[in-house]
Design a protein around this ligand. Structure first.
Ligand code: PHE
Ligand code: ZN
Length: 883
């Protein structure tokens, strides 16, 4: 079977035949039958006369009129998602379309839908066409005026984009509000919200002295949970002024939190709609990670106002133009708000554990994909996170100042336009004064480049030569890869760990012990004169390019880097490399039924990190954490999830045993004595403390903990005044002792069953449990009162946590994990295709496993494909996976 929807290609892009200068919407809300009247002021965009074609999906067309006269059924057609009017005037004209839609039965959460009884919309990327007929493409930008009409009692709040122009009562128990957004925008940025919500207000004064009203809307029960979101918004607004010279443009900025949302949040002009997970927080309900997530997502959506809304994408192939750039901006913001090195390590972990995997699997695509069937499948780690790495490389190459000039040029040139990634790079070229055409291969070639690094030292010449060779595995869009252009930041250390001079010609790096090399050839050599002893190379500092590195370094060298490198990222990286080596070596033992042991040297290295109180505790926590199971798996030709889990777990248990005194000491030293506060310092302290606890409570496989250690976890759970510490302790106990865990889980549920976001944590903790029997438990939980397959957060908490993070049990040899995922995808697809397609990710990786697992995984993919009504979303992923 082939995909029903046909593939769309970037190379086929055509400018729109008609533009829409103005849109007037009148929306009469009703749960089963909402009436949408739309008037479009259209204008030909081309000389040649073409039919007017509007997109329309999952709606009933009630009436179509052209310049005021109603069109009879023979004057237009409405088939295959297109409303076509064959003959329209050559001059500007007005089209009026009336449609009827059913928000109550909209479980896909795309277009207009109900969440907890409140109306909200999600239009990116192609949801507007399910509300009314429209040229639903981002290069058609219009000024929107929206009148929302709703019941006064059930919908006291009526919102849309822009400024409120008028409001009042109607005589039938309903009322209306008219909103006007003066900034032309594509339809995907349209939003409407209506319901019974309360408003939290604040103001922000921009640097030019304008006052902006800030409104957060939530359900009444969440009224007291918006403080952190509001503070985050104000921080983000100030930061964008200070770092990018960008000021907010409307008089009002609104954020609405809803419980049912497919993604994190949406940057609709002046009216962001958020997954409540990224708004609501109280110390008792949200963890430090949640607080950081809220700050980052609020900032991300706010930053979109300039990178996404004022300057938008010409077409969806250019998605990374707004997403890669905005992720880069939110990463920089978070780095400034907390610890820059730790933030970098977190982001690199995402890239290497998840994006590299995507880039080597069947869904691999360039940052700018050349084609898609369902654009919703391309909101990916590649477009977002690798896209941000591409921007970061430009930042590294140009330097902060020139990069900022490039951004200013971009904003000046393209404000109010829908543009391409080429336009962005062109602005950077203007600022830099150098050609970036080779650099642009990052946008067109998929796959992760691999670098092989060799060093040659000549004592006689006092010269060091570094040789780098690059290659990139074939991917769907290009089998043969042209060399990439990338910045490689390096340093050299002498045998005592002191920095050797490398910056003889004062490169772009601000510090003198880092040299920025440019790699552009397939193989290149770099010469370092006046090097008096054989150096240790600190390669790819701060992860200056998103690549895999093959670099044979001795343990001595890695230890030297771990203790002495001036680049914190590479200090961490050296430790990871060392751990990775030892883990892989023991995985081989495990596979040959040999006993597993941890090398003393590794434990000592971790101990040094642990006891170094000069380090930022958040950094220490990262440094003592072993490489992720995903990243370990990436190193193996055939991923053996059981061996990976077993060895890693055994290492953790051993570290806990061998460093018990040190861990306990730090655990107690890090105990805070003030009530919970969210700030970088306090959060770092809690992170390391909970990392210590997790080691102390890490059981050997099949082993039992001492009652004293279990008690340590239980006590922290009971005494803590905040969710960070209680959920961390709960997690430790649940993963260490089934009986003790069950008792605390019951207590937790009783306490928090009324709070959906906390219940998500409760579900995720159980789904991620590494003790045996989790699958049965997860299956039972799908029938629990707190679970709903219609709520994406619940599906992610329970099903995705099990299938995408509990590798050991999801990949159990009996194949029951695969079968479970197959069942869930089949159940979910008719309800919410976007989420169903995302859930499939673990199965798409089947080629990486042994033949028996491969076969069982493929069986599930085949089974899903055989279902009578497969969505385009799921179909595309399954087809690509089985190709
Ligand atoms: N554009 C949103 C963001 O990155 C993400 C999103 C995409 C939300 C599609 C909903 C639907 O901020
Ligand atoms: Zn975004």
């Amino acid at each position: 079977m082939i995909a029903q929807k046909k593939e769309t290609f970037l190379k086929d892009y055509q400018p729109p035949a008609y533009l829409v200068d103005r849109v007037d919407l009148r929306i009469e809300l009703d749960a089963q039958s909402t009436l949408v009247q739309s008037r479009l002021l259209c204008r030909p965009n081309q000389q040649t006369k073409k039919p007017l074609v509007l997109n329309g999906k999952r709606l009933e067309v009630v009436q179509v009129a052209l310049n005021g006269s109603v069109l009879t059924r023979n004057r237009f057609t409405f088939t295959d998602g297109l409303l076509t009017i064959a003959h329209v005037p050559a001059e500007p004209f007005e089209v009026a379309v009336t449609t009827r839609i059913n928000p109550a039965e909209n479980t896909a959460l795309e277009g207009l839908y109900l969440s907890s009884g409140n109306y909200c919309t999600q239009c990116e990327p192609e949801g507007f066409r399910t509300i009314t007929c429209f040229p639903d493409r981002p290069d058609v930008m219009s000024v929107f005026t929206t009148t929302v009409i709703g019941d006064k009692t059930s919908c006291p709040v009526l919102l849309a984009n822009g400024n409120l122009m008028a409001s009042g009562d109607l005589d039938d128990g309903r009322h209306y509000a008219t909103w006007h957004d003066p900034f032309p925008k594509p339809s995907y940025l349209f939003a409407l919200v209506a319901g019974d919500l309360v408003r939290i207000s604040d103001t922000f004064t921009t640097r030019s002295g304008r006052t902006v009203a800030l409104h957060i809307y939530v359900e009444a029960r969440n009224r007291d949970k918006c403080g952190h979101a509001m503070r985050s918004l104000k921080k983000a607004m100030r930061w964008d002024e200070e770092h990018f010279g960008r000021e907010y443009d409307l008089d009002l900025y609104m954020i609405v939190a809803v419980d049912d949302f497919n993604m994190g949040a949406m940057e609709n002009k002046g009216l962001n709609v958020f997954n409540s997970k990224y708004v609501l927080a109280l110390p008792e309900t949200a963890t430090d990670a949640d607080y950081e997530g809220i700050e980052a997502v609020i900032a991300h959506e706010y930053f979109h106002n300039w990178t996404g809304n004022r300057i938008t994408c010409r077409d969806w192939f250019q998605l990374s133009l707004k997403e890669g750039l905005t992720v880069f901006r939110d990463q920089e913001f978070t780095a400034d708000m907390s610890s820059r090195p730790v933030k970098r390590i977190e982001d690199v972990n995402i890239i290497r554990s998840l994006q590299f995997r995507e880039d080597s699997g069947p869904m691999a695509h360039p940052v700018r994909p050349p084609s898609f069937v369902e654009i919703n499948n391309f909101y990916t780690l590649t477009v977002y996170n690798k896209g941000a790495e591409v921007i970061r490389m430009l930042f590294t190459l140009l330097g902060a100042e020139t990069f900022r000039q490039g951004m200013d040029i971009y904003f000046d040139r393209h404000d109010g336009q829908a543009v391409t990634c080429d336009d962005f790079v062109a602005a950077m070229e203007t600022a830099w004064g150098k050609d970036l055409s080779q650099f642009k291969r990052w946008y067109s070639q998929a796959g992760t480049p691999e670098l092989t690094v060799t060093g040659h030292y000549s004592a006689a010449d006092q010269q060091f030569i570094l040789e780098i060779e690059q290659s990139c595995p074939p991917t769907r869009e290009s089998v043969v890869k042209e060399p990439f252009f990338m910045p490689i930041a390096i340093g050299l250390l002498d045998e005592n760990g002191n920095a050797l001079p490398v910056n003889t010609d004062a490169g772009t790096g601000t510090d003198t012990d880092t040299k920025m090399l440019i790699l552009s050839e397939q193989r290149q050599q770099y010469f370092f004169p006046n090097i008096t002893s054989k150096p240790t190379v600190s390669f790819l500092r701060n992860f200056s390019a998103p690549v895999k590195v093959h670099h044979a370094q001795s343990e001595e060298e890695l230890h030297r880097l771990m203790t002495h490198d001036t680049d914190p990222f590479n200090r961490w990286e050296a430790g990871q490399t060392l751990s990775l080596r030892h883990i892989l070596e023991q995985i081989a033992n495990f596979q040959h039924q040999q006993p597993i042991s941890i090398r003393h040297r590794l434990v000592r290295g971790l101990r040094d990190f642990l006891l170094d109180t000069d380090l930022d505790p958040a950094f220490t926590a990262m440094a003592v954490t072993l490489p992720t199971e995903n990243w370990i798996g990436q190193q193996m030709t055939i991923i053996d999830p059981v061996a990976i889990f077993s060895v890693r777990q055994q290492f953790r248990a051993q570290i806990g045993l061998q460093l018990r005194d040190e861990l306990l000491q730090r655990y107690h030293d890090l105990t805070g004595d003030i009530p919970y506060q969210y700030n970088a310092v306090e959060a770092a302290r809690r992170t390391l403390r909970n990392t210590c606890l997790a080691y102390l409570l890490a059981p050997e496989i099949g082993g039992r903990l001492t009652p004293e250690l279990l008690q340590l976890g239980t006590e922290q759970y009971q005494r803590s005044d905040n969710m960070t510490d209680s959920i961390a302790a709960l997690g430790c106990v649940v993963n260490a002792d089934a009986a003790a865990g069950a008792a605390l889980l019951a207590d937790f549920y009783t306490k928090w069953q009324h709070d959906p976001l906390v219940v998500d944590k409760w579900l995720a903790l159980q789904a991620g449990c590494s003790l045996p029997g989790t699958l049965e438990h997860v299956k039972n939980l799908t029938g629990h009162a707190s679970f709903s397959i219609k709520n994406p957060n619940k599906v992610r908490a329970l099903i995705a946590t099990f299938c995408a993070t509990n590798h050991n049990q999801f990949h159990a040899a009996d194949g029951h994990g695969y079968c479970f995922l197959g069942d869930q995808v089949i159940r979910l697809d008719p309800l919410n295709p976007q989420i169903a397609a995302r859930m499939l990710t673990p199965l798409t990786q089947w080629r990486r496993y042994d033949p028996t697992r491969q076969q069982m995984m493929c069986e599930q993919l085949e089974r899903i494909r055989r279902q009578p009504l497969v969505s385009d979303d799921v179909q595309e992923v399954v087809d690509r996976s089985l190709q």
